[in-house]
Design a binder for this molecule. Structure first.
Ligand SMILES: N[C@@H]1[C@@H](O)[C@H](O)[C@@H](COP(=O)(O)O)O[C@@H]1O
Length: 266
């Protein structure tokens, strides 16, 4: 075990279970600190987590009134009211369905004229709000986190990135044509992500298994941006079985929990 660094890995039976586990962690965070600052992600991976959080809000009154959120990224040139934007995604899938204050939800501004200045403003704002307590991450097939593509600079803060062809292809499923996928995004940098107090990495599906292996037990290197998470002191990885398929059965310094069926109605 490297110092006191330890990843906790939770393998669940399904995509839905992965979402439930993740939502439980977020709910636990809010229970202890109702005015938490959450770092949030888009993509299909966190959708069941958002659904479960909404269900917890409706059934148990899970309270978001004091919560502040910062999203990882946004496409460059995409206005918040564009249905393909991450602003729109977050409103549709989460913000509009819980009692979070709209002026407490932040995403990088993809329309900013000076993207470098916007990156600095965004990071400064995160610190001004006390820093991120819990950062939720998905992972790209090339092991990107946020939009930090392979060969990223680990010291980067929020900045403009050119997307990899692989990422553009993967994200084209949300667009009518491949040519419509933006080629640039503004994303929290690795340093911004690593400054979060706790990190929750989610992945499901066989197409993420290799990226998960690199993140959890590959060499720490810029070619696999998520591998940097091995150096963070409080990371929980929640997977479905397919995404966990390439992990060795035993990992030194890693606590693997298996959470099988434990389920009841949503
Ligand atoms: N910028 C996002 C990432 O934050 C996300 O983790 C990744 C995986 O997306 P999905 O969850 O849809 O597989 O895609 C995008 O590129």
């Amino acid at each position: 075990m490297k110092g006191d660094v330890m990843m906790r890995i939770i393998i669940t039976d399904s995509y839905r279970q992965m979402g439930r586990e993740a939502a439980n962690m977020v709910a636990g965070q809010l229970y202890l600190k109702p005015d938490s600052v959450l770092g949030l992600a888009t993509g299909s991976t966190p959708l069941p987590m958002y659904r479960r959080l909404i269900a917890l809000h409706r059934s148990l009154g899970l309270d978001f009134s004091e919560v502040t959120t910062f999203n990882l990224d946004e496409y460059v040139g995409m206005a918040p009211d564009n249905p393909q934007s991450y602003h729109y995604f977050m409103n549709e899938n989460f913000f509009s369905k819980v009692n979070i204050r709209p002026d407490h939800t932040y995403l990088p501004d993809g329309m900013a004229e000076d993207l470098e200045a916007e990156g600095h403003r965004y990071d400064a704002l995160i610190q001004q709000k006390g820093g991120i307590d819990l950062q939720v991450l998905g992972i790209g097939q090339n092991a990107h986190i946020g939009f930090n593509e392979p060969d990223v600079k680990f010291e980067a803060i929020t900045h403009c990135v050119e997307l990899d062809e692989e990422t553009i292809r993967a994200n084209s499923r949300f667009f009518q044509r491949l040519e419509d996928v933006p080629r640039y995004a503004i994303s929290m940098g690795i340093k911004t992500i690593m400054m979060a107090r706790r990190i929750l990495l989610l992945a499901n599906g066989a197409n993420k298994a290799e990226a998960v292996r690199k993140a959890v037990c590959g060499s720490v290197m810029p070619e696999a941006p998520a591998s940097i998470l091995q150096l963070h002191r409080d990371v929980t990885v929640i997977l479905d079985r397919a995404a966990a398929a390439r992990l060795p059965a035993h990992l030194e310094g890693t606590k693997i929990l298996y959470k099988g069926r434990m389920d009841h109605a949503e």
